[in-house]
Structures are given as C-alpha cells and as structure tokens.
Design a binder for this molecule. Sequence first.
Ligand code: ZN
Length: 284
Amino acid sequence: MSSSFSPDSYKSIIDSHFHTQSMLQRGMDVFSLFDELFESGFKGGIDIGCTHNDLPERSKLLSPYPQIILAGAMGPWEAGKSETKETDIEAEFSMTKDMAQLQAELETLKENIRRYKARFIGEIGLDYYWDYGTHEKQQLLFETQMKWASEMGLCVLIHDRDADDDVAATIRRLGPSKGGVIHCFDGSEKVMEAALENGYFISFAGNLTYKSNTGLREMLKKVPLDCLLLETDSPYLSPVPLRGKPNSPEKIIHTYTCASEVLGMDLEKLKDIVLENFRSLCER
Ligand SMILES: [Zn+2]
C-alpha cells in the first residue's frame, strides 16, 4: 500500500471494535494497513471474537501488534440457524445446533479465552433481527458469558439488534462487575440507561454518519463524555462518504469528524477524550 497518511494523521485515534479475520476474508490488505496506521500514530483497538474457536488463529495473526487487544466470545449467531424464521443468511450460520453442542462449544471457548489470554469477552448479546437459533439458545450463550466475565474479572462487549428489552434486563441482572461496552449503539434509551447504570461505555459506529440517523445523533449528545467510544465494526458499516464499501479502521476518521460536529467539539479534543476512555476501559 502506498503511503496515504501523513505522519501524525492518526495520532491519538483508536478503533474500539473491528474484525481482522473478516477483513482478510474479503481480500483486504489488512497488515499493510495496520503498519501504515501505526506509523501514523494510531493507538490501536480491539479485535473482536465471533466464534468458539477463532482465538487460536487470531492470536497468531495479531501477535506482531501488541496495540491490538484480543476479545473472545460466541456471538448470538453461534446459536445456529434460525429455528423460528426463514432467513437468507451466510452458509457459516446455516447449521442447527442443539443445547449439548452449544455447551460443548462454550467449554472450548472458555479454554481458549484462558489459553490465549483474551482481555475482553465479546462480542456477545442478542440478535432478534436474524433470530439465530432460538431466543432461549441465544440467551444461554449470552448469560453464560456474562457470568464468566464476572468470574474472570473481564469486561464484556455487547451486540444488540432488535432485542433492547432483553439486553437491558440481562445487563441489569448480570452486570458484569467490570461493565463493558455497548457496541454499535443503535440509539435505544432503555439499553443506554441500563448500560450507564452498570458502568458501561457506549460505542458509536459508522451509522452515526447516515443521513437518516438523526435520532442516533441526538442520543450521542446525551452520552456522558467519559463513557463515549467510537468504532468501525470493520468490515461492516462504512461511514458516509464511503458507505457500501468494505470498512476498515482508517475510515473511523469520518465517524470522529461527524461526532465532533454533532457535539460541537474540537476534533483534537474529541480524539483525546475517546483515547482516554479507551485506556480506562483497557485498565479495568
Ligand atoms: Zn462486530
């Protein structure tokens, strides 16, 4: 990759949520990008786990980048093919799983989290849009991992799609003690309330920049500044003006710019605040 960044252009910038493996699967030259970003001052971020057995490979891939922190988890998609809804979804999520299989996969995951020293449990949560497996199976995965987080003293990274009531209730019931992050916050007041009461950060992704998301931008103004994070969720959710293209961490600059405009805050000041918040999350 030719050098497209000036030496300090990513100074103080972080990306709290991205998927390196998924970027690689889309043929993106991720490691050249990381090298260039770090040379331009980028401060790193969290590489997110999706399945019970992705930690061994992710740990190997990212070992040259100590600034990229590993999270491990079974997301709601690991509940298997939807048993309640016809969905047209990627083949990797097309398998029906029974409870015994889910329990066995949880065991493997727990072992991997310990062995590969994952520093976060994420992403976990509920997705009633794709309706993976059944709500009961999704809840089993979500609750089990929320409990581990308290046992292991780790923070969680939460995914919520169309499941605001159950996500808020689970946060209120299970914490965990060190809190975590609501990733790709979609504007739900209920979830934000439960999250802030339990010491969570609220992370905004590229959809903050979408023209129609006026409500989400209004919610950004309500988040206490010391609880604010930003993310790309790469390779998904590219911000305007790059919507529709695969996302990657350098594009987070558009989300920072949008957030600084919404908040009426100097961009450099916002970078410092988000960096400080990210560091305090990592130190918990
Ligand atoms: Zn994600």
